[in-house]
Every structure is written in C-alpha cells, then in structure tokens.
Design a protein around this ligand. Structure first.
Ligand SMILES: Cc1cc2nc3c(=O)[nH]c(=O)nc-3n(C[C@H](O)[C@H](O)[C@H](O)COP(=O)(O)O)c2cc1C
Length: 187
C-alpha cells in the first residue's frame, strides 16, 4: 500500500470571510480519506525583507516547515487588479528563501480560485501558472477551476453548491493527488 499523503492549502486572502479560503476548505473535504489536509495560516507572515533572512521570522519558519512536510500544495487565489494579491506573492517569495532553500522546489501544485465577478480569477491564475513553474513546481494543467460569482456558489457552511464547479474541483484534486502519489513513490 502506498504511504499516506499530506497536501497543504494556501489561500491568497487575509479576509476573515474569504471566499477563496472557504473554497480551499471545501477542497480539503473532497480529498480522499487517506490524504491529510492542512490549511496554512499566513496571517502573521511579515512583508518580505531580505534583511530578515538572517533570523527568519517565526511565522515564516512555521510556514516553511508545513510546506516542506507536505507532498503537494494547493493555492486558492483571488484576483486583485488583474493579478494575484500581494499577500500571496509575499508568501511565495518567503517560501523560496533563503536562496537554495526553497520550500516549494519540486512539489506538485494545484491552482484554484474564484472572484465575485464574471471571470473567476482567470488572470490571477494565469499569472500563478507563470510563476510556479519558474520555482520548479509541477502545476496541474487541467481542468482549470475558475469560479465566477463565487459568492453565489458557497453556502453558509462554506460548501460548494455549484455542481459544475464541484466537478472541475474534484477532477483537479484527483490529478493533484495522483501526481503527488506518483512523485512520492518515486523518491
Ligand atoms: C484590491 C482589489 C482588487 C480587485 N480586483 C479584481 C479583479 O481584477 N478582478 C476580479 O474579478 N475581482 C477583483 N476584485 C474582487 C475580488 O475578486 C473579491 O473581492 C474576492 O471576493 C476576493 O477574494 P476573497 O473573498 O477570497 O478575499 C478585487 C478586490 C480587491 C479588494
């Protein structure tokens, strides 16, 4: 039997009621039972400053350890002004540091996201699809999980109610788990 997997989720929003964090939590519930899901806490990660690298902030150390112990990462990104939010880029920047000690290197990555508008974070997701392979991450190619008008597709308990979105999300997660399992078994 293959070893159990751990997937860590990173949401690109600090908002208490973030739809993308709710989406990520919903994704965690759709993972197979033998997959451990951790929703990363990015709320205390400071703004990146190279001067802080000599004594990494505690929140960064914890986040790096969480990601390093995981077999895959799933990012849920909102779209801010046509790209990923600064908080998400900030976390990615920290995770790649110090130089040569990237916590993201070589891991598979799922990308999902939603916006309250009509286009489901497509620009932000495409920008993330540009960034992550440059960090040597293996991005799940298809299906895209672009959730438009996300406020109408999550219920009060944070469950995804839209069948089409749920189908694409499930397929994306299945592929992430499959790639992560294969990569883990090859190690
Ligand atoms: C600064 C800012 C910029 C935004 N820019 C976009 C945008 O370019 N495209 C879009 O579809 N939605 C945009 N939105 C709306 C967000 O998609 C919406 O607020 C979403 O709910 C944020 O995600 P969250 O609920 O996970 O925090 C923007 C929101 C903010 C606060």
């Amino acid at each position: 039997m293959s070893e159990s997997l751990t997937i860590v989720g990173i949401a690109g929003s600090l908002r208490a009621q973030s739809y993308n964090r709710q989406l990520l939590a919903a994704a965690g519930e759709l993972l197979p039972n033998d997959v451990r899901f951790i929703l990363a806490d990015i709320s205390n990660v400071p703004l990146y400053n190279e001067d802080l690298e000599s004594a990494l902030p505690e929140a960064v150390v914890t986040l790096k350890q969480t990601v390093e112990s995981a077999d895959g990462v799933i990012f849920a990104t909102p779209e801010y002004n046509g790209s990923i939010p600064g908080v998400l880029k900030n976390v990615i920047d920290w995770l790649t540091r110090p130089r040569g000690q990237s916590s993201l290197n070589g891991k598979p990555a799922g990308i999902i996201g939603g916006t309250t508008g009509m286009f489901g974070a497509v620009n932000a997701q495409m920008h993330l699809r540009h960034i992550l392979p440059l960090l040597n991450m293996y991005v799940i190619p298809q299906p895209l999980v672009l959730i438009s008008q996300i406020q109408n597709k999550l219920d009060a308990a944070g469950h995804l109610t839209d069948e089409t979105s749920q189908k694409f999300l499930q397929q994306h997660l299945d592929r992430l788990v499959s790639v992560a399992r294969r990569m883990k078994n090859e190690q």
